[in-house]
Design a protein around this ligand. Sequence first.
Ligand code: PEP
Length: 253
Amino acid sequence: MTTRESARHLVVGNWKMHGHHAANEALLEALRTAGPLPCDVAVCPPLPYLAQAAERLARSAISWGSQDCSAHEQGAYTGEVSAGMLAEFGCRYVLVGHSERRALHHESDAVVADKAKAALARGVTPIVCVGETLEEREAGRTDDVVKRQLSAVIHALGHCAGEIVVAYEPVWAIGTGRTATTEQAQAVHALLRAQLQAATAHADGMKILYGGSVKPDNAAALFSQPDVDGGLVGGASLVARDFLAIAAAAAQA
Ligand code: PEP
């Protein structure tokens, strides 16, 4: 356990490849009109709906971001979107290294680090996702895996490493309904904090989010852990009532 002043929590919704224009209108309107929230909140819709989120959330306290970006500035990269383009749409955050991208699109630690670097260069905060598979956890390799994944980003960013957000997302907990225990989450978060402390003087103020089946009924316990600074929320972020309840749980942390 570390001793540090508790900062304002951050709760980020990852909509993944869900939604359509009408459903998004209702969800964004519910978030926009929810009133004061006890933490920072952001949503990451699919790219075609970025403009819709930007328009609906403008002048609200809620930020928006992307679920991915290219490691490249521009060029012949069909289908990709650069961090500069995201910045033009007012994106505050971009997820990099989500386990679905690492697994389904074979993104290496080096590619994830390049994406984080490209995002920071355009003033978009990368939310760097790290996490072990069930097989890796059962083999006792959790610490090695998450440290290796974060190390690649720290190494690539150098003195800018303090500007990222980190999300610990055990792969076995994503979309499965199976959540890490508060002890499991805190143990990995403390490890990541120590790794950041060795790399940057800003580590105590950095946000380390937990992701993996965060729901209204487990959010408060997770967020009350000393090194858990909020959550990255998938499924529950598609239901306004649940997502707002998770954000409200930050008040109890
Ligand atoms: C995620 O997609 O990052 C995630 C944590 O999903 P879920 O909350 O559905 O497990």
